[in-house]
Each structure stands twice: as structure tokens, then as C-alpha cells.
Design a protein around this ligand. Structure first.
Ligand code: VG1
Ligand code: CO
Length: 544
């Protein structure tokens, strides 16, 4: 096998964002673009020679080409073993599990997650460390530094191997193992939840579930778990086959992009339970009949009921949520007398807390929920947790939510996204907000009194690392909040996210639409940030 060193020049835009490097496919197709980033990953490994890595992706356009390139680069770089998902398919949580189970030195996950796929859409690459979680900032910074200094990369000349069949191949000193990750993952799920109880519950004549795989990576996992193991009919899964362009859709499980599922659940004779996952299988949306569970509420409800689930029957060490996620889980943690941590946006910030055993459950408002079973958020895990809970409680989802609010109060919550706005406009808007922060505390805005206004700064309680500028927070005396952040996963211009939250224990408000309850706060948020002035947008692009 011949290996070549190819001369290259740095690209200046390879700084990983909230979750890896995400760019249009066209950018990744530029000569040397993918190779430069992969070489930078290899060169940042503490021990490159003989390293064992997981490799796979969400099946989007360019997945296969990228995998073959990475195999040839791994062979030339002295990597010892690549564990690859059959056909290049590896959901993000399954990759995390495989890294942990087989004690690998890390993994490369090819995904732009919830971003759309196809030749004119997005591609992405993430690197996970031996704990199975997304690389911490100091590692992604080191990878970025390497991309700025790179002058050559190594690649082998070899025949492509067949990644569509489970088996082993040798490329010089590199062992390529193609595995069926669906089996490993479903075994892990069966070790956490009471599958017999769930199976009985699903067999009841009055139970009907619908899972939307959105033509993304969870299709094969869902078929094995729901159809083969739990006995659900085939039509319990929508859009089960992974497609390179996700069928033209946007693989983001929310009210806007999983419309067929939502419409079905909200119909008069709709199913009892509905759920969806995203491009790479780490997100989840939970629905009951005529009921949408916000991800923030879902985390709080799972926390409150965790001891009813086999894996968590002995209680939780603690919980964590990202800063913009509603404080619903804080109320539950207080009652359970367990610690509750607030981290910046992005799963990588939960890693240290999970590794140190400080938390058992964690979540983000962006449809991400997970636990210490892996080091990524996990879509199907959240769905199975809910099904296990429903099988125990034998109540409609909407009753569980209402009872939770009765007990803990309700953190009504919505997020407004202004997508693809001009970078300069977004930066000016943020600067203007930052300039106002000092003068806001003590001010009255509409019916709300500002208690604090700052930029969120995080000091990791385990390794002391500091992350600055993690979003602008305006907190009010009654616990309501407005948060502003710029997205770190978009690929077109900038995306402004505005998160709105208000807390209520008023019985009348427990039945009301969240948008209705948050109208006054929404008005304040647009005026304070002068959103229309800076962006020329009258309305958000997406409301979730
Ligand atoms: C978004 C979400 C964040 C999530 C990230 C990755 O980031 O807000 O909570 O961790 O996506 O999710 P941002 O920077 O665009 O707000 V995934 O499922 O796209 O890997
Ligand atoms: Co994702």
C-alpha cells in the first residue's frame, strides 16, 4: 500500500462551532478541505500510532465519500483500528456508546445533525474523545490551531473497501471493522428500561404510538427496537429509511419540521404517543394526543419520575441544563434535594459533570435530553424513557404534564429563531444589547422588573476552565427571562435565537397556549434588541 504526503494550505474557516465543523457540502467538496480537518484531528490525538477510533455518520449526502477518504487517511497516519457503522451509518448516541463499550480512543462522526442534507445543503464533522462525548473546547481549539498551520496531509492509495457488509479488512497496519451498531445500541437500551412492561403497554388496544425517523439515522435503530423487539406494527414508524437528502426535509424534530407527525397527533382520533428524532439521532420531540411536551418540561418530568425507571431506581446524583433551557428542572431538583448545574449551550459542557458522577440526567431546550448511559444526548433513549413511564403510570401524556405543573408550577417557554440574517447586522444587534446591560437592572419593562442583565460566563466546576460570552441574559424579579444568543451551528449568515420564559402557578394559565402567555415578554424582547431595526425582520423564521 502506497502512502502519499499531499501539500496543502490552511483554510481559515475551520473553527468548530457548538457541535463540530458544519459547512455547506460544496465547501467540504473543495480540494483538501475535508482532508485538512481530518489531518488536524489525527495530529491532535495524544497517541496517534495505533489509535482506535469509531467512524460513521447520519447517512447524509457525502457521508460515504468522506468515510472512504478518512479510511485512506487513517491507514497513512498509523491509526490502528477504525470501527465503522454498516453502510457508514452511526447515530451520534450509538457512536458515543461504541467508543465507551469498546474502549476506543475517540470517534469521528459525520453529521450536520438537524441541518438539511443534499448536494446544496450541509455536511459536518465532529470529534468525540475516549469518554464518548464531544471534544471539550480546549481540544476543538487545538484542532483549529492545527488547521491554521497545516502544510500537508497523509493519504494511502488503496482500493475502497465494502462498508455495506459486517466484516473486517486490513489496510496495511490499519484494521477496519464494519459493525452493526444497531445491535449494540438496542442492547444498551434493554439494560436501562423495562422492555417487558413497555411491550405489554404497547400491546394494549387503547395504545397507539407513532415515531417519525424523518428519513434520518434513527430509522434502522427504531425498526429494530419498536418493530422487532417491542412488537409495534410497521406503520408505527414514519419515514424509516435514511435518505441522503432526508427526503428533501429538514431533519429537525420540532413543531415546524415534523408537521405530518404533529398533525396526526393533534387529530381527534390521533395516537396516544408520538415522537421524532433528528438527522443524527441525538434529539427528541415528545408528543401526547393533542399535547406537545416542551423539551425543558420533558427534562423536568423525567427527573421527577426517574426512580420509576429501572436504570434510575436508586435516584439521581444531580441534574444539569443548558443556560437557555427553562428552569423547570431546577424546581424538581430543589424538591428532590439534588444539585442542579447550569451550563453553556452544547453537549460538550455536560461531559465533565457526567464523568465526575455529579449528574445523572441533563438536557437542553433544543430537543436534547440524555443521561450518564452515554456522553451525547440521545433521542431514542428519551422516547423509551417516556414509554417506560407511560407503561408505569398508564395515564395520557397530557395528564402527566398537567399534574407536573400543578405540583411544581409551569415554566411557559418558547424560542424564536431569526435565521440567515446578515453577520454584520447580528453582531451590531448583540453589541447594542451588551451596551445596554449595565443600565437595565432595576428598570421596569412592561409589567416586568429587571433583576439582572449580563453575559453568561461559565466556570467548569470540575476542571476550572472558563467559557465567556455564552449568551445575554435578562432576568426579571418574578423569575421570567429573556435570553439572546447567536447560533453556532448555522451555515448561512447568522441565526439569532431569542429564548422566552415565564413562571406561573396560576391555575388559569396552566391550560393556556405558551405563545399567548409569553406575548408581553416577546414584545419586550423585540423592542429591547431592536430586532426589526437591525435585521429588517418583522417575524421570527421558526418558533419552537
Ligand atoms: C444548537 C442548539 C444546541 C445544541 C446544538 C447541537 O446549537 O441550540 O442546544 O447543542 O445545536 O445540536 P446553536 O449553537 O445553533 O444554538 V445537534 O442535534 O445539531 O448536534
Ligand atoms: Co443532532
Amino acid at each position: 500500500m502506497q502512502t502519499n504526503s499531499i501539500k496543502t494550505k490552511p483554510f481559515k474557516d475551520q473553527k468548530p462551532g457548538t457541535s463540530g465543523l458544519r459547512k455547506p457540502v460544496k465547501t467540504f467538496q473543495k480540494a483538501h478541505y475535508l482532508e485538512n480537518f481530518v489531518q488536524a484531528i489525527f495530529d491532535t490525538l495524544p497517541e496517534k500510532q495505533g489509535a482506535k477510533l469509531a467512524l460513521g455518520g447520519d447517512g447524509r449526502y457525502y457521508n460515504r465519500e468522506a468515510i472512504l477518504t478518512i479510511i485512506h487517511m487513517a491507514a497513512a497516519n498509523g491509526i490502528g483500528e477504525l470501527m465503522i457503522g454498516k453502510s457508514g451509518i452511526l447515530s451520534t448516541p450509538a457512536a458515543s456508546h461504541i467508543i465507551r463499550k469498546y474502549e476506543l480512543d475517540g470517534g469521528i462522526i459525520l453529521s450536520a445533525s438537524h441541518n438539511p442534507g443534499g448536494p446544496d445543503k450541509d455536511f459536518g464533522i465532529k470529534f468525540n474523545t475516549p469518554n464518548g462525548g464531544p471534544a471539550a473546547e480546549k481540544i476543538t481549539d487545538a484542532i483549529y490551531q492545527k488547521t491554521l498551520e497545516i502544510s500537508e496531509y497523509k493519504i494511502a492509495e488503496a482500493q475502497p473497501c465494502n462498508i455495506d457488509k459486517v466484516g473486517e479488512f486490513q489496510y496495511g497496519d490499519l484494521l477496519v471493522r464494519v459493525i452493526d451498531s444497531v445491535v449494540d445500541y438496542s442492547e444498551l437500551m434493554q439494560s436501562l428500561f423495562d422492555f417487558n412492561l413497555i411491550r405489554d403497554y404497547l400491546a394494549r388496544p387503547d395504545t397507539q404510538i407513532l415515531f417519525d425517523a424523518m428519513h434520518a439515522v434513527t430509522g434502522p435503530y427504531a425498526e429494530m427496537i419498536f418493530n422487532d423487539i417491542l412488537g409495534c406494527p410497521k406503520n408505527a414508524i414514519l419515514r424509516a429509511d435514511p435518505l441522503p437528502d432526508f427526503g428533501g426535509g429538514h431533519p429537525d424534530p420540532n413543531l415546524a419540521h415534523a408537521k405530518q407527525l404533529v398533525d396526526t397527533l393533534f387529530a381527534d382520533a390521533g395516537p396516544t404517543f408520538g415522537a421524532a428524532s433528528d438527522g443524527d439521532g441525538d434529539r427528541n420531540m415528545i408528543l401526547g394526543h393533542q399535547c406537545f411536551v416542551t423539551p425543558s418540561d420533558s427534562l423536568a418530568i423525567l427527573t421527577a419520575n426517574a426512580t420509576q425507571i429501572p436504570a434510575y431506581k436508586n435516584g439521581l446524583a444531580g441534574v444539569a441544563r443548558s443556560m437557555p433551557t427553562s428552569a423547570a428542572v431546577d424546581k424538581v431538583a430543589e424538591k428532590l434535594n439534588i444539585p442542579c448545574y447550569e451550563t453553556p449551550t452544547g453537549w460538550k459542557f455536560f461531559g465533565n459533570l457526567l464523568d465526575a458522577g455529579k449528574i445523572t440526567l441533563c438536557g437542553e431546550e433544543s430537543f436534547g435530553t440524555g443521561s450518564s448511559h452515554v456522553r451525547e444526548k440521545d433521542g431514542l433513549w428519551a422516547v423509551l424513557f417516556w414509554l417506560n413511564l407511560l407503561a408505569v403510570k398508564k395515564q395520557p401524556v397530557s395528564d402527566i404534564v398537567q399534574q407536573h405543573w400543578q405540583q411544581f408550577g409551569r415554566n411557559a417557554y418558547v424560542r424564536h429563531d431569526y435565521e440567515a440574517i446578515e453577520n454584520d447586522a447580528a453582531n451590531s444587534l448583540v453589541d447594542s444589547l451588551i451596551n445596554q446591560l449595565g443600565s437595565l437592572p432595576g428598570k421596569r419593562l412592561g409589567i416586568y422588573d429587571v433583576q439582572y442583565a449580563d453575559e453568561f460566563r461559565y466556570e467548569d466546576p470540575i476542571d476550572g476552565s472558563i467559557s465567556e460570552h455564552q449568551g445575554i441574559r435578562i432576568g426579571f424579579e418574578d423569575g421570567s427571562r429573556i435570553i439572546y444568543r447567536l447560533s453556532g451551528t448555522g451555515t448561512q449568515g447568522a441565526t439569532l435565537r431569542v429564548y422566552l420564559e415565564t413562571y406561573t402557578t396560576d391555575d388559569n394559565k396552566l391550560k393556556k397556549d405558551a405563545n399567548e402567555l409569553l406575548k408581553p415578554l416577546a414584545k419586550i424582547s423585540t423592542e429591547l434588541a431592536q430586532i426589526e431595526h437591525f435585521t429588517q425582520r418583522e417575524q421570527p423564521t421558526v418558533i419552537t
